[in-house]
Design a protein around this ligand. Structure first.
Ligand code: IPE
Ligand code: IPE
Ligand code: MG
Length: 250
């Protein structure tokens, strides 16, 4: 039987895949373990999707790693998560670099512990000339706050006469988001069975295909990612047009 990877059309891959990596706590609980056990077991799934995207050459992969709302979790869970992020960055840095991946971070990184922020920015810096693909971590990220910041920056520019009201186009607006260098999201995946966005990339997913899976994040792997892409390729993305119009242009 043909593998799911062999069934993909490599000419029509999504440019930007974004993933809400959810379900670590439930995965641990179902095994009678503490939530942090789930977070530890999440790293393999992260490695798998990074490798899978690299294998078929997805140019942009954004991983929702820690939301602005996740700061409200119990202190010990937050500090375990921060330590795990720090450990993982340290362990994986060489691998990321040697794969030719360019690392980015989006979010309110000033809130991160000093060590995590420094490690993150170091990785962003040392990989800045890599061109094989882009790995974007959303850390301390909240989309409403990102949009609000863009509005504030733009209103300051209008006040200072750097921009007129008519010049505020969608493109100009996007230039004030963390994601200004990235294309819009084509495919958004959320694991764990929850069907919600949880303040992730609200502007950037305007026309994304959304896939919600009943798999808990630590169980997610390479084949699951390829299946999501396969399903994505079997959707007709009409962007407001009719099916007939799209077929005429073939
Ligand atoms: C996702 O798993 C990891 C983070 C949000 C950091 P959860 O920790 O949310 O796991 P569930 O949703 O409680 O199962
Ligand atoms: C979203 O998951 C954030 C990340 C995956 C990092 P949550 O588990 O925090 O989302 P809610 O709060 O259940 O919506
Ligand atoms: Mg969750």
């Amino acid at each position: 039987m043909q593998s799911i990877k062999d069934q993909l059309n490599l000419e029509q891959l999504p440019k930007h895949v974004a993933i809400i990596m959810d379900g670590n706590g439930r995965w641990a609980k179902s095994r009678g373990e503490a939530r942090t056990f789930g977070h530890r077991n999440a790293i393999k799934a992260v490695r798998d999707v990074v490798n899978a995207c690299n294998e078929i050459h997805i140019p942009f992969l954004t991983l929702y790693t820690f939301s602005s709302e996740n700061w409200k979790r119990p202190d010990d869970e937050v500090s375990t998560l921060m330590s795990l992020i720090s450990e993982t960055l340290l362990l994986e840095a060489e691998e990321i670099f040697s794969k030719g991946l360019r690392m980015h971070v989006i979010g309110d990184i000033d809130k991160l512990p000093e060590l995590v922020r420094t490690q993150m920015l170091h990785l962003v810096d040392i990989t800045k000339d890599n061109t094989r693909g882009n790995l974007i971590l959303a850390l301390s990220y909240g989309s409403q706050n990102e949009i609000l910041n863009a509005v504030k920056q733009i209103s300051t520019k209008v006040k200072n006469g750097e921009l007129t009201e008519n010049e505020i186009t969608e493109k100009v607006f996007e230039e004030h988001l963390y994601t200004k260098e990235f294309p819009p999201v084509d495919l958004l995946i959320r694991t764990s069975g929850e069907v919600r966005i949880s303040n992730f990339l609200l502007w950037q997913i305007a026309y994304a295909e959304l896939q919600f899976l009943d798999i808990l994040w630590p169980d997610f792997g390479r084949e699951d990612l390829f299946r999501c892409i396969y399903n994505f390729q079997n959707k007709e993305r009409r962007f407001g047009k009719t099916s007939e119009q799209l077929n005429e242009n073939l």
